[in-house]
Design a protein around this ligand. Structure first.
Ligand code: FAD
Length: 395
């Protein structure tokens, strides 16, 4: 029987290990920490079970939903609130994110809601996108370069960068165009960026681009782990692998070995008694433009406004989560100040507060996982599934 060793028990490693084991292969899974799931994790804040990392998934391709259905969570998939997200510009109050946009790229640059964020001059510059001849989008092109060239720096920095950072945790200059949904193909076909955005939006099925799981995304890990047990995977926790030498069978790296230093992301979660937040004053949350005055957070999710199931469980309290690239010295205080400013409501001392730190990979060699497929469960699960199928087909 073919034997495999999977290194890394994040979502990518779990998906590959499960698929190989279900095909009857002998699988060992080595995980450095004392638990499985990696960045898909849970924690208890104010007595409420919350996601400590990923809290939603992109519905594109249907991959995550298909996996959720397979592990028995099909009936638990939920849509977020239809209230959109807001944007905190560099100056002035937060504004709703322009509705006709993808990753912050406006489908209609001269729309009033776009002008409200970037000003008339910058909107006119963005409109030039319709006139600039379209050039073949080079393979190595990043989203940032394309947006800057077509629509100008204001669209890039004031609209696209906050959204891309919120979704992919990187600046658009570091996001390969191929990881920006179907934007490359749509741009090549339509010849302008705004037209590409409009065509992608028209083609998208009605409803939200993301979904969640009632009770939290971490439930996916619980079910995947149960499947590993059912299919006899030898799970070894506390096993940090430094070299593939001596590992059994075909090795699948679900994490780069000896990676370069990663990027730190810190999450601050506040559970507060604040009835004023019940009306969801900033929709599902706020993405923050870099340099926004007085704000240190990069994004805020108003979790109880985003997920109905959480509102029901929170017993009248509100859950707010902020993310930081540069952690302030007094995180608890700064997080409360930031949340108050972003939500436009002076928040009281929280009932409970939690800090979680994640290190994201910035390079290295792996077979599956974020290093290969980019940040996000949809892409990672799809790539891990296809890698497992490839391995089985080429035995
Ligand atoms: C704060 C935050 C919020 C996010 N929110 C979302 C979201 O809402 N939706 C979404 O789709 N995506 C989200 N993401 C991204 C998503 O969570 C990740 O892209 C994905 O979970 C990464 O999975 P992975 O298996 O590649 O890696 P990881 O989750 O990083 O797992 C890697 C695993 O390998 C283990 N490991 C590391 N080194 C070794 C070693 N040498 N030997 C053995 N084991 C090792 C680690 O302990 C870990 O368990 C978020 C990320 C962060 C940081």
């Amino acid at each position: 029987m073919a034997r495999y060793t999977v290194v890394g028990g994040g979502i990518a490693g779990l998906v590959v290990a499960r698929r190989l084991a279900m095909a009857g292969r002998s699988v060992t899974l080595l995980e450095a920490s004392d638990h499985l799931g990696g960045t898909v994790a849970r924690h208890l804040v104010g007595g409420i079970d919350l996601d400590a990392g990923a809290e939603s998934f992109a519905v594109r391709g249907g991959t995550v939903a298909a996996l959720a259905r397979e592990v028995g969570l099909g009936g638990e998939i939920v849509a977020p609130s239809s209230e959109g997200a807001w944007l905190q510009p560099v100056s002035g109050p937060a504004v709703p994110l322009p509705a006709t946009s993808i990753l912050g790229i406006p489908g209609t640059p001269l729309a009033a809601e776009v002008i409200a964020v970037i000003g008339t001059g910058a909107a006119l510059r963005a409109q030039l996108d319709a006139l600039i001849p379209s050039l073949w989008a080079r393979k190595s092109l990043t989203l940032g370069r394309l947006v800057r060239r077509r629509m100008g720096s204001a669209v890039l920095e004031k609209l696209v960068a906050p959204v891309v950072h919120g979704v992919h945790s990187v600046h658009p200059d570091d996001l390969p165009l191929d990881r920006a949904g179907g934007l490359r193909a749509a741009f090549t076909h339509e010849g302008s960026l705004a037209a590409a955005v409009r065509s992608l939006r028209d083609a998208a099925p009605a409803g939200s681009a993301v979904a969640g799981i009632r009770g939290g995304i971490h439930r996916l890990v619980t079910e995947l782990v149960a499947d590993l047990e059912t299919h006899g995977v030898d799970v070894q926790l506390g096993r940090r692998v430094r070299s593939v030498d001596g590992l059994d069978g075909t090795v699948v790296l679900a994490v780069p070995l000896a990676p370069p230093p990663g990027r730190k992301v810190v999450l601050a979660t506040l559970v507060v008694e604040a009835p004023e937040l019940r009306a969801a004053p900033r929709g599902t949350g706020v993405l923050v433009a870099q340099g926004a005055r007085g704000i240190r957070a990069r994004a805020l999710t108003h979790s109880t406004a985003k997920w109905e199931w959480l509102r029901e469980r929170a017993g009248g309290r509100e859950v707010v989560r902020l993310s930081y690239d540069d952690e302030p010295a007094d995180l608890a205080t700064v997080a409360r100040q930031d949340a108050s400013a972003l939500l436009g409501v002076e928040l009281p001392e929280p009932v409970d507060f939690a800090r979680v730190e994640w290190t994201r990979p910035v390079g290295g060699v792996a077979d599956v996982g974020e290093t290969v497929a980019g940040s996000g469960l949809a892409g990672i699960i799809a790539q891990a599934e296809s890698r497992a199928a490839e391995l089985l087909a080429h035995e």
